[in-house]
Design a protein around this ligand. Structure first.
Ligand code: NDP
Length: 285
């Protein structure tokens, strides 16, 4: 039976460390600051933004919120970002996605200063990650890496199979595993014989968005399984991309959904913000 990787406990441990680092920075006269920008009324985005605000408050991070109406023009949003780029109190800028259709998302993300891009989505940061010299790493994949580190998985020489190639999870997590000296295979919707690819993996990272599509019988005995997927099934049930019950029979360790990777994302946002504030304190931002 697999060890269940307790994402909540790992996230709580890291948040405690972040709280201490924040207190040290405050004592040096630098309060870490995160600007959170939300455009429109999307209910899920509102929930995410309020979770981020609460997490900031709990860690002692100053959060500056901008809740703009859905009809806000692109130029107005870009002006706000330019102001926040210049605002010394702000170490991180987060624009909650998705944006309304009339706003060009990539233009907005590219306007955020790469030195305040705590989501790690700016092409500059993507390039820094790809060239092995990261400045900010995207939060969900970074959370996956921290989780593996905390449970003592050394990726050196391991076969890692990432299922999913999105810009926010699959591709960056694959780059991070490569940087940690794993041999990485990236699978996607056109991959032939996915079960065989997964069966060869020492570590499986699933970021697909299809409920329980990775079957327990595909998992190699003793593999580590990280399930990034969050899929709503019916009214209330949340499941991952991996058939958890069957996979637990074969894996050495596995993340549950919920309570696995989920709590790590906001934690790494706080982490990146504090790293940025530390750079400000050391005058090297
Ligand atoms: P995307 O929809 O952007 O990407 C999904 C990827 O899965 C694509 O690369 C796609 O391939 C691939 N895929 C789809 N179907 C199959 C299939 N049948 N076989 C193999 N590959 C397939 O999703 P995201 O990366 O944004 O998110 C993935 C999951 O992670 C979702 O459940 C999402 O909710 C969750 N998530 C959780 C977060 C958290 O816990 N904090 C944060 C972000 C995401 P192709 O490229 O060929 O289309």
């Amino acid at each position: 039976m697999a060890e269940i990787i307790d994402g909540k406990a790992i996230a709580a441990e890291i948040r405690e460390e972040i709280g201490k680092d924040t207190a040290d920075l405050v004592a040096r006269g630098v309060t870490p600051g995160l600007a959170v920008v939300l455009v429109g009324e999307d209910p899920a985005s509102r929930v995410y933004v309020s979770m981020k605000e609460k997490a900031c408050a709990a860690a002692g991070i100053f959060s500056d919120e901008y809740k703009l109406p859905a009809e806000t023009g692109e130029a107005e949003l870009l002006e706000l970002i330019v102001r926040l780029n210049a605002d010394e109190r702000i170490d991180g800028i987060l624009v909650q996605l998705p944006l309304p259709d009339h706003i060009d998302e990539s233009k907005v993300l590219e306007t955020i200063s790469p030195r305040k891009d705590v989501d790690g989505f700016h092409p500059y940061n993507v390039g820094r990650l790809a060239t092995g010299n990261p400045l900010f790493r995207p939060c969900t994949p970074y959370g996956v890496m921290k989780m593996l580190e905390r449970i003592g998985v050394d990726l050196k020489g391991k076969e890692v199979v990432v299922v999913g190639r999105s810009n926010i999870v699959g591709k960056p997590v694959a780059l991070m595993c490569l940087a940690a000296h794993a041999t990485v295979t990236i699978c996607h919707s056109r991959t032939r014989d996915l079960p065989a690819k997964v069966a060869a993996a020492d570590v499986v990272i699933a970021a697909v968005g299809v409920p329980e599509m990775i079957k327990g019988s595909w998992i190699k005995e003793g593999a580590v399984v990280i399930d990034v997927g969050v899929n709503r099934v019916g009214e209330k049930r949340l499941v991952g991309d991996v058939d958890f019950v069957a996979a637990s029979e074969r894996a050495a360790a596995i993340t549950p959904v919920p309570g696995g990777v989920g709590p790590m994302t906001i934690t790494m946002l706080l982490y990146n913000t504090v790293v940025s504030a530390t750079r400000r304190a050391e005058k090297c931002r």
